[in-house]
Design a protein around this ligand. Structure first.
Ligand code: CMP
Length: 143
């Protein structure tokens, strides 16, 4: 069983896409482990996007992600990192296929609605940047 960090960015929250995106993840069969409507701090944003530091769009990225609330989530399921990235579609909107979240709802790469971890290491790091251990549900102890 794998976990991933999924974040609906400020554009997705503002456009009322939380319900639609959560529905897609639930219907796929993934389990929601944690979620919150959250205002990202500058420190959190810079840590989250550390690998893009130095790129021409870095400052714009930090400004955008801190500009309004995001909907931060942790989901779990078999192979969820690969499967959820397939559901999200490619980062660049010109490459994201219809039927994917970005392919259906995003017009520009800078405002591409959703973020998802790209590896188990990124997932662990990103989950830790947004959630305490106590906020994560352990279904094996409940159901
Ligand atoms: P995300 O998956 O959150 O990871 C980095 C983000 O940088 C990416 O989605 C895009 O929203 C954003 N971005 C802005 N400009 C570019 C660009 N030219 N190339 C790639 N990503 C970009």
């Amino acid at each position: 069983m794998e976990r991933t960090f999924i974040m609906i960015k400020p554009d997705g929250v503002q456009r009322g896409l939380i319900g639609e995106i959560v529905k897609r993840f639930e219907l796929k069969g993934f389990q929601l482990v944690a979620c919150k409507l959250h205002r990202v701090t500058k420190t959190q944003a810079e840590f989250h996007y550390e690998e893009h530091k130095g790129k021409p769009f870095f400052q714009e990225l930090v400004s955008f992600i801190t500009a309004g609330p995001v909907f931060a989530m942790v989901w779990e399921g078999d192979e969820i990192i690969t499967l959820s990235r397939n559901m999200m579609g490619k980062t660049k909107v010109l490459e994201s296929q219809p039927g994917t979240i970005r392919g259906d709802y995003a017009l520009h790469t800078g405002t591409n609605i959703i973020h998802g971890s790209d590896s188990p290491q990124s997932a662990e790091r990103e989950i830790g940047n947004f959630f305490n251990k106590e906020e994560l549900v352990d279904y094996s102890k409940i159901i």
